[in-house]
Design a protein around this ligand. Structure first.
Ligand code: ZN
Length: 292
């Protein structure tokens, strides 16, 4: 065999190996069915040591802080945050963060957590935060959709802004992406339970263009696990379908597990009551346990 042929054969071999081990073209979507060979029997769980059983209804799929809202899974009417407040009336918030609009509203709990975060940034001299959008009613979302079109806005129900747990953040000094405020939030928001919902390198997964301004409250430990594994919400829920995830934060151990909800059922939770249950807005609930 001639030398160039040997080289060609070797190169072809390498090319074959490379294609074999590259991930499949990334067409990512949470299935509406169950992606893996999970045993789905809809049966009640059995309580283990230090556990009790609680009744969880199928309707809880659509309630809680962990709802996945995207083009495939809209918010079910009435399941937005129940503590929406006008930020202008919340004076401590309005004194620290410039409000672009006097009508800006948000879940009060999320507003308080955001304020805690901003105060910590202030300590480091970063203090030019601005809030440009918060909770939107279906009517407001529809108006925005009509005005901006499908490339820049979602129809009512399909935006996280309809949930009341997301806000758009700006800097009064410059565009958010390059501003100190934006950089600080990208590095630190996860410590406070917030996530940059639409990062630059995940556009194919979220189906939303990079939005350096849009932050969603999801809570700890979820934001920390997602940061640790570089996951967006869609990936996080996909990972939870495979196996429970856990993390230790400041000495507290958290277990997070997904339960498919084919019907109302009993789920085992810690008897000490240190747990939360939230729907994923798709097909199940996420049980988060804290062990001290
Ligand atoms: Zn937004």
């Amino acid at each position: 065999m001639k030398k160039w042929m040997v080289v060609l054969v070797v190169l072809l071999g390498i090319a074959l190996l490379v294609t074999r081990y590259l991930p499949d073209s990334f067409d990512y979507k949470i299935g509406r069915g169950f992606a893996h060979d999970r045993v789905i029997d809809g049966k009640d769980e059995v309580a283990g040591k230090n556990e009790i059983l609680v009744d969880v209804s199928k309707s809880q799929i659509y309630q809680g802080d962990l709802l996945l809202i995207n083009k495939d899974y809209p918010l079910v009417d009435g399941n937005e945050a129940q503590d929406i407040v006008k930020l202008v009336d919340y004076s401590t918030f309005a004194s620290q963060i410039v409000l672009l609009d006097r009508s800006l509203s948000l879940s009060q709990d999320v507003a308080e957590r955001f304020l805690t975060m901003v105060k910590d940034a202030n300590v480091e001299g970063i203090d030019h935060f601005m809030a440009s959008s918060g909770y939107r009613t279906n009517q407001e979302q529809d108006n925005l959709y009509d005005e901006k079109g499908s490339e820049y806005a979602m129809p009512a129900g399909y935006s996280e802004h309809n949930l009341g747990l997301a806000l758009d953040v700006g800097s009064t000094q410059s565009g958010i992406e390059k501003s100190e405020e934006g950089v600080w939030l990208r590095d630190n928001a996860w410590k406070y339970g917030f996530i940059l919902r639409y990062p630059k390198n995940k556009e194919k997964i979220t189906s939303i263009k990079y939005e350096p301004w849009h932050f969603r409250y999801i809570g700890l430990p979820h934001s920390a696990i997602m940061e640790e594994h570089d996951m967006v919400l869609e990936e996080y829920y996909e990972a939870l379908r495979d196996e429970p995830l856990s993390i230790t934060i400041e000495g507290q151990h958290y277990n997070v597990r997904y339960h498919p909800m084919l019907n109302d059922k009993k789920i085992a939770v810690p008897a000490d009551g240190d747990y939360t249950i939230s729907g994923n807005n798709v097909d199940g609930v996420i049980v988060t346990e804290r062990h001290r």
